[in-house]
Design a protein around this ligand. Sequence first.
Ligand code: ADP
Ligand code: ASP
Ligand code: MG
Length: 424
Amino acid sequence: MGRIVQKFGGSSVQDAESIKRVARRIARTRGEGHDVIIVISAMGDTTDELMDLALKVSPSPKSRELDMLLTTGERQSAALLAMALSDLGIDAVSYTGSQAGIITTPTHGNARIIDITPGRVVKSLDEGSVVIVAGFQGVAQTSKDVTTLGRGASDTTAVALAAALGADYCEIYSDVDGVYTADPRIVKSARHISQIGYEDMMEMAASGAKILHLRCVEYARREGVPVHVRSSFTDKPGTWVRSQDEITKDGAMEEAIITGVAHDRTEAKITIVNVPDRVGEAARIFRAIAEADINIDMIVQNISRLSDAATDISFTLPMDSGAKAIAALDAIKDEVGYEEVLYDDQIGKVSVVGVGMRSHPGVSATFFDALARADVNLQMISTSEIRISVIVGADDVDDAVRAAHSAFGLDAADEATVYAGTGR
Ligand code: ADP
Ligand code: ASP
Ligand code: MG
């Protein structure tokens, strides 16, 4: 018999009835004789609601206290699921991330797992219990404080536990039938992907496809954990995420040029106007941003205008780092001597992704042509070997995704189903 980790997302446990439905599903797996470890997310939009509540109480809450608050969401659903399983006659025990031995760095809100000491989990499994672990949280090795691993990181908890416990594979249950060529909430004709390589999936996740948390895919690739992404509302086979070698060996997937189109609405754009065109200014600016612990994404330095020997520098960053970035730039205004800082969070990023584009010229031309025909204006462009991303106005994101999806011939004949969730 096998050992399986199953993770259920918030939309799969949005109310009492759906918690009981998930419990019945787990009971079936247990009935097949497997060791079962469950990772659970907070019910429905609980994490967003707790965050809204915190911001109503205090405009800039301490990140330690935010983590104390947000981790309660997963603790609720873990305990409730254990109760539902008990009623089905199944021994089940719930653990917080800390109790399950998820040891992290001390960075609140975005901690990384550095070790897993799953002694209590293993003991409970040996005693025949189903073990339920609260997702997206751990305990800092140094401060011993409770931490969270970043939004959407229950996926990462699941894969990390699968690796630590030597599970056969990790199942991620969500509100869609797996990974599609675009978000099925935007593109009704998105195509279901039956198998995808870690590398392609990492690029999709890094470009905003929130069906899987980026670090979960990185972890799965590093540890060689096969991941099955599927719906908790059906028994349909989902998407297997595994190494490209295994997929090619299967002959199951012919090499497509584009794997999918991803979008991201969580970034903002900052433009620093009239930066003196001198050696070292960009270094000074991005040092200040880095020291404020802000991760930046795209950077564009516009050509300098010979008349005034000044240039504009634009970059994108997570929207929730906006205020911090503006403060950091204000602090160096006199030193650098720029004119002003412009902030715009009404933007979105749209990316076409695919390891197949490495060997195919003309992908940018097709992409930009499709955007032009959809009357979408491009604000920034960045490219890598396996991804092309553009920044567009927030209102243009949906049109841009649909246009790119069609232009690369990804549209399927049938409609993708979204079973639940608010898309928040
Ligand atoms: P969960 O609560 O189960 O963790 P998430 O909301 O985090 O679910 O992720 C599932 C959602 O991801 C889907 O409902 C869908 O709207 C979105 N999504 C974005 N890109 C994709 C994609 N390429 N394939 C499938 N779903 C996607
Ligand atoms: N509940 C957390 C969130 O909404 C973690 C997760 O669902 O993966 O971000
Ligand atoms: Mg998720």
